[in-house]
Design a protein around this ligand. Structure first.
Ligand code: ATP
Ligand code: MG
Length: 228
């Protein structure tokens, strides 16, 4: 585990959909360059945790900060601008736009003083060569796995310091999972932090530094290591 000061700090996070309380006092931290997996059954609260970080659900916390900035009062677009990328379960690829146009939509100007190089399209295509090969293809003509890769690449081009990934390898062929894992490992090596909701240990094995298990909206301590 990294010994750097945490980038994301969450302490006692509660969240609700309407009157239904879904998350109960979640506490976790993600350090710069650290990859953390969040696992748990269907309906455990994994997606809600990511949504709570970026303000898509009603939430309350003793602390929810990113790089020392309190996220609770900020609207989602301001949180994204701080450098948090989010790839939701529902990927929202624009089927009538090309790969390149889909990526351009994710582009954001580099944050002043952020000290991170902005990702160029060419750098993203180098990381995901398949996307480069199909840059003029329409989103609607891509497979589910290719769309998933495009969604990850688009979040990247927004120049995040932390990437929240909701089941990025869901429905993705093993070979593509492998490529995605390699790309994410390279990103992590550049200092990008990752918080990944993922049951697929093929993606997280060798990538994630820690695995946290969530059950019925509560963190249950470290998950057992996957079988070798
Ligand atoms: P999965 O593995 O199926 O993606 P998850 O761990 O991501 O599950 P969440 O989507 O966070 O689970 O859902 C947590 C709980 O919140 C579930 O009981 C779910 O039914 C409920 N829930 C999710 N979205 C909403 C919503 N928009 N309105 C009301 N309840 C919701
Ligand atoms: Mg989910």
């Amino acid at each position: 585990m990294s010994t750097l000061a945490p980038l994301l700090e969450m302490e006692g996070l509660d969240a609700w959909y309407g009157e239904a309380k879904i998350l109960f006092g979640l506490s976790l931290q993600v350090a710069p360059g650290e990859a953390v997996a969040l696992v748990g059954r269907n309906g455990a609260g994994k997606s809600t945790t990511l949504k709570a970080i970026i303000g898509l659900v009603r939430r309350r916390a003793r602390r929810l900060s990113f790089g020392g900035t309190d996220l609770i009062p900020l609207p989602t677009h301001a949180i994204a601008r701080l450098g948090i990328g989010y790839v939701p379960e529902d990927r929202r690829i624009f089927t009538e736009l090309t790969v390149r146009e889909n990526l351009d939509l994710g582009r954001r100007p580099p944050r002043p003083g952020a000290g991170r190089a902005a990702w160029t399209l060419e750098a993203v295509f180098e990381l995901f060569p398949q996307l480069g090969d199909m840059r003029e293809r329409r989103g609607g003509q891509m497979s589910g796995g290719e769309q998933q890769m495009l969604a990850v690449a688009r979040a990247l081009i927004g120049n995040p310091a932390l990437l929240l990934l909701d089941e990025p390898s869901e429905g993705v062929a093993p070979i593509v999972v492998e490529q995605m894992g390699r790309a994410l490992a390279r990103l992590k090596a550049t200092g990008l932090s990752l918080l990944i909701c993922e049951e697929n240990s093929d993606l997280c094995a060798g990538l994630c530094d820690r695995v946290l298990r969530i059950e019925q909206g509560e963190l249950r301590g470290p998950a057992p290591a996957p079988p070798p």
